[in-house]
Design a binder for this molecule. Structure first.
Ligand code: CA
Length: 228
């Protein structure tokens, strides 16, 4: 799907230049030359990201941003004048995702657009993602684990190990992979540590609740499997 960008910028030359560059990169672009026009476009059609100049006639960019944030979570990058430190701080406080100082190199703007969109993607995936297996649920943000309605306290390593196995359900995780992901790469305690932590998890999650969660693949590692 094409990414739709809205540029709100009263300096037509800048707006036009950014539009051409973004179109060249494959983005869909629309322009507004003042804040009210920008707000109207945002209300009437969906954009993936807004590039918002701060110094706009009439409604300034910060005010436009505040109004956007009343009912929308759309990513916004502010375009600020050189050295306008106060603007940047106010802008970020008002809910901007990032800012870029004019004049900017188009490569930098493109990099920031990609970074903001990527960050949004990651956080959207994450917030949806309560991991589940049978009565077991794991909430990655809150770092909470429940079996049914019962909250289970796990140490950091136990939690990370459970999360890794749930994220890779039905895929056998070798002890080496687990060590590599959960422990420091230079951890020298041996793969035995994985077995020890699986034992801790079984003691907290399987035995008290009569659940079968972790399968041992002898000589290889562990897996959480959907029953077939
Ligand atoms: Ca301006």
């Amino acid at each position: 799907m094409t990414t739709k960008v809205l540029i709100v910028e009263d300096e037509e030359k800048i707006a036009r230049f950014v539009e051409l560059e973004l179109k060249y990169e494959g983005y869909d672009v629309e322009k507004a030359y003042d804040g009210r026009a920008g707000l109207e476009l945002i209300r009437s059609s969906p954009f993936d990201i807004v590039l918002l100049d701060i110094m706009l006639p009439g409604l300034n960019g910060i005010e436009v941003l505040r109004r956007i944030r009343q009912n929308s979570n759309i990513p916004v990058i502010l375009l600020t004048a050189r050295d306008a430190v106060v603007d940047k701080v106010t802008g970020l406080d008002s809910g901007a995702d990032d800012y870029i100082t004019k004049p900017f190199a188009i490569e930098e703007l493109l990099a920031r657009i990609r970074a903001v969109l990527r960050k949004r993607e990651i956080s959207e995936v994450k917030t949806e993602d309560t991991l589940r297996f049978k009565k077991l649920t794991l909430n990655p943000q809150g770092r909470e684990v429940h079996v049914g309605d019962t909250s289970v306290h796990l140490t950091k390593k136990e939690f990370d190990l459970l999360e890794l196995l749930l994220e890779n359900k039905n895929i056998v995780m070798t002890r080496e992979t687990i060590l590599d992901r959960i422990w420091d790469y230079d951890f020298s305690g041996g793969t035995n540590a994985v077995d020890v932590y699986i034992r801790y998890l079984r003691a907290k999650l399987e035995e008290p609740f009569g659940l079968k969660i972790f399968h041992t693949i002898r000589g290889v590692g562990y897996v959480i499997k959907d029953e077939d």
